[in-house]
Design a protein around this ligand. Structure first.
Ligand code: UD1
Length: 348
């Protein structure tokens, strides 16, 4: 829950999958939010649903943080809002697309982050929670991986996450009023238990859970499982799936943490459950939760995938007093509720 000190929060990318859940969490905790979003991978209906789920004060600015022509408008609006800090989740996130269009990924993701940082400086609200990713650990670590793990992204998307983490650290070094938390998410899945907000991919889903959910609901014929010859217990890839509501609680906890810090600085914090599940285990759990058949075939390994990664999440517990509470069953049940009640996402 947001405490009384973290009252007014800019949520960049607040209409998206994770951002919408963060907004509900913050508003429910008594904070006010200014969402900045350009709906590049989000839908205006998400804002209506947030308002339906949480009664707090939600303001909205439709702007592109990466567009230099809109920078002054954004800085003005942020100053006007008088924020205490921000959560930054605005950016492009498709790994494959980032390999094909690296310049666009660097321009959009880095540009958006820099504009937000400039706006927070101008508003004298130097607290930032950044949406980073376990992708920064690349393929060089043994799991469970803690925050001292080697970093080294394997694609441009991942490198934008690493670069922004480093930019935030440089900024915190340059001015000790800045307080930053880089949240390294493992694999966010699930949806709000109401079934009103959830993940609504623009195109063919890249990630496992939205794909499984679309197969279960009949939008796609079958799942392809990318490789069953990894050195994991059943040969399929192992990941640390984390319920998006647990993840959203982690953001509120990170903002509270920043408020209580007497000195400036930047810290990286994993948000994961600490447990790994295989693709086959995820499919079986989703099948139970949905009571639908999930046809699949084994396909070749996907380029860039690793066998196994899951978190050591001790630092989150120690610094934020946070730990994941929801199970794989909860993730599947809630993801399914969202998908079955909104088979075409927000478009309907
Ligand atoms: C991916 C991104 C990561 C990003 C994260 C966001 C890659 C290489 N990494 O992680 O940078 O931060 O999403 O959640 O894309 N799988 C299938 N069939 C599918 C889809 C996935 O078998 O149709 C398997 C994958 O091989 C993997 C597991 O499911 O073993 C999870 O895949 P996914 O949901 O795409 O997440 P990551 O690859 O872990």
């Amino acid at each position: 829950m947001a405490n009384k000190m973290t009252k007014r929060i800019v949520v960049a990318g607040g209409a998206g999958y994770i951002g919408s859940h963060v907004c509900v969490e913050l508003l429910t905790g008594g904070a006010s939010a200014l969402v900045i979003d350009n709906f590049s991978n989000a839908h205006p209906e998400a804002l209506n649903r947030i308002r339906e789920l949480a009664s707090g004060d939600l303001e909205f600015l439709e702007c592109d943080l990466a567009d230099p022509a809109q920078k002054d408008t954004i800085i003005g609006a942020v100053k006007n809002f008088r924020p205490d800090g921000a959560v930054h989740l605005a950016g492009l996130k498709a790994v494959g697309e980032s390999v094909e269009q690296p310049a666009r990924y660097y321009r959009v993701n880095l540009g958006a982050a820099l504009t937000l940082i400039e706006a927070l400086e101008a508003a004298d609200a130097k607290k930032l929670v950044f949406s980073s990713s376990a992708t920064v650990y690349g393929d060089r670590n043994q799991s469970p991986v803690d925050e001292s793990g080697l970093t080294g992204a394997t694609n441009p998307y991942g490198r934008t996450k690493l670069f922004i983490e480093d930019i935030a650290k440089d900024i915190a070094r340059s001015d000790d009023e800045w307080r930053v938390v880089n949240l390294r998410y493992f694999n966010p899945v699930g949806a709000h238990p109401s079934g009103r907000i959830g993940e609504d991919p623009n195109d063919i889903p890249n990630n496992l859970f939205p794909f499984i959910a679309q197969v279960a609901v009949g939008r796609r014929d079958k799942l392809q499982i990318f490789g069953d010859d990894y050195s994991t217990p059943d040969g399929t890839g192992v990941r640390d799936y984390i319920h998006v509501v647990d993840l959203a609680r982690g953001h509120a906890a990170a903002l509270n943490y920043l408020t209580t810090q007497k000195t400036g600085g930047a810290v990286d914090i994993n948000l994961g459950t600490g447990k790994g599940f295989s693709v086959l285990e995820a499919v079986a759990a989703f099948k139970r939760a949905s009571n639908r058949d999930i046809p699949y075939e084994i396909a070749p390994r996907r380029d860039g995938d690793i066998a196994e990664i899951y978190a050591n999440a001790d630092r989150a517990e120690k610094l934020l007093g946070w730990r994941a509470e929801k199970t794989l069953e909860n993730m599947c049940a809630d993801h399914w509720r969202w998908q079955s009640q909104n088979p075409d996402g927000y478009k309907a």
